[in-house]
Ligand binder design. Structure first.
Ligand code: H79
Length: 426
């Protein structure tokens, strides 16, 4: 079967499954998350002090890349500009950029070079919303920091000037930094969607510059349509949510998707938010994504000195240990042709079926529909043989394969994976 261009460029994404999201900008200094200007209605002049003092002396993207790789992540997406409009890259179209802060250099170039050098794919997050540009709607907007400031009511504005700026910056990002693997636009709302962004023109330019870059679905359009708009995107982007089922289009065909998830409750650095997900939750969440044909983009919010918080690194480290032993059940895997079992989840790659056992229960673990279909069963983590003989007292259940775990507790409390080699390669 020949693949369409769209199906071809998404191959690596569907294989790699796990990426790192990085939210970093001036908001790391107030340390109350990336929405601080909007939530607290901070005028641009009051935010200027962060621009004047942004000096991340410990910024070491090579260390970030190593942490991502050790966690089992295969790609990354970093903010080049968030809603506050501050550019971490050296754009010729604005002075509001890292080059003009004490940092004094293009922080995105260093990120792209470092992650590529570690063998990771490189993505750019770019906010199509901009609370700094004078031609972006302020008064009456849904979330602009000056949305209810009457002084902004009659400010002359030319939205086309903003669109030229935004398109121009996307062009810079796709021209000056080598091959970019993901363009992650954020986000459309109300009537600020689709052609309001001149999305067709934008995506045509993008495809000319980098035909294989993946684009998320936040320029608008309907990615689920039978014939989606050119700007509808390559993958769906559920935020802070694992969809209850795999995402499909109008015809029921699986769509590529990526759940973006924070480790605590914020994307940008927040000094007091220590309410973290556990490594076990993250592992199980990732497995849930893959069992539904999806990816997980897991966020870190480096601080004002340029460091990924230790609490985040701790979680990534433990996730990485699990991934090193069990990555075969993630990479290249997708949904199995079996419904979700009582004790956990399945992922599958060809004739390898992975049983992710989350609930030990009591006695042997029953796998419906698999009796007589399994050639071999091994513990994925160490390759040890797993006994699958039907116990003497289970002969009344001919449809089930029984996996006999010899211990009262599972060997891996996060998620014990049994690799089953199927006789009939699906
Ligand atoms: O970059 C991260 C977030 O800052 C960004 N997307 C991720 C990847 C994002 N911005 N907005 N949203 C996600 C969701 C918007 C929620 C809103 Fe609201 C509801 C905007 C207006 C109503 C919450 C409540 C924010 C403002 C009021």
């Amino acid at each position: 079967m020949t693949l369409t261009a769209r199906e071809q460029r998404i191959q690596w994404f569907n294989h790699d499954r796990f990426g790192m999201f990085i939210h970093w900008g001036l908001y790391a200094i107030p340390a109350r998350g990336e929405w601080v200007r909007s939530f607290e209605r901070i005028p641009v002049e009051d935010y200027e002090k962060y621009f004047n003092s942004f000096n991340p002396v410990n910024y070491d993207p090579k260390a970030w890349a190593k942490a991502a790789k050790a966690a089992g992540m295969k790609y990354a997406v970093m903010t080049t500009k968030h809603h506050d409009g501050f550019c971490l890259f050296d754009s010729a179209l604005t002075d509001y950029k890292a080059t003009n802060t004490p940092a004094g250099r293009d922080l995105i170039r260093e990120y792209a070079d470092a992650f590529r050098a570690e063998g990771l794919k490189v993505g750019f997050y770019y906010s199509i919303i901009d609370w700094h540009h004078p031609d972006y709607p302020a008064y009456g907007d849904r979330q602009h920091p000056m949305r209810d400031n009457a002084e902004f009511k009659d400010r002359p504005q030319d939205f086309n000037r903003y669109l030229d700026y935004m398109h121009g910056q996307v062009k810079e990002l796709l021209t000056n930094y080598g091959t970019i693997d993901v363009l992650w636009f954020d986000f459309s709302y109300e009537d600020m969607t689709g052609e309001k962004w001149k999305a067709t023109e934008l995506v045509k330019m993008i495809r000319e510059l980098q035909p294989n870059v993946l684009i998320d679905n936040r320029l608008g359009g309907n990615i689920k349509a039978r014939e989606p708009e050119i700007y509808a995107g390559d993958f769906a982007s559920p935020e802070q949510l694992l969809p209850p089922h795999g995402i499909v289009n109008e015809d029921g065909k699986p769509l590529p998707w990526e759940a973006c998830i924070t480790l605590n409750h914020h994307w940008g650095y927040h000094a007091h938010d220590r309410d973290y997900k556990t490594p076990k939750q993250v592992v199980r969440g990732l497995v849930e994504c893959v069992s539904k044909n999806g990816n997980m983009l897991l966020n870190v919010g480096p601080n004002a000195k340029g460091e990924i918080p230790q609490l985040s690194l701790d979680v990534l480290g433990e996730v990485g240990a699990w991934m090193r032993a069990n990555g075969d059940s993630i990479y290249g895997c997708g949904a199995a042709a079996l419904s979700k079992p009582e004790w956990g989840r399945y992922t599958q790659k060809g004739n390898k079926l992975y049983a992710h056992i989350l609930d030990r229960g009591i006695g042997p673990i029953a796998l419906q529909g698999l009796n007589g279909r399994v050639k071999e069963a091994r513990l994925l983590a160490d390759g040890a043989e797993v006994n699958i003989q039907t116990p003497w007292n289970a002969v009344d259940y001919p449809d089930y394969l029984f996996v006999n775990i010899p211990t009262a507790q599972l060997p891996d409390d996060f998620n014990t994976v049994i690799e089953l080699t199927l006789e009939d390669a699906e």
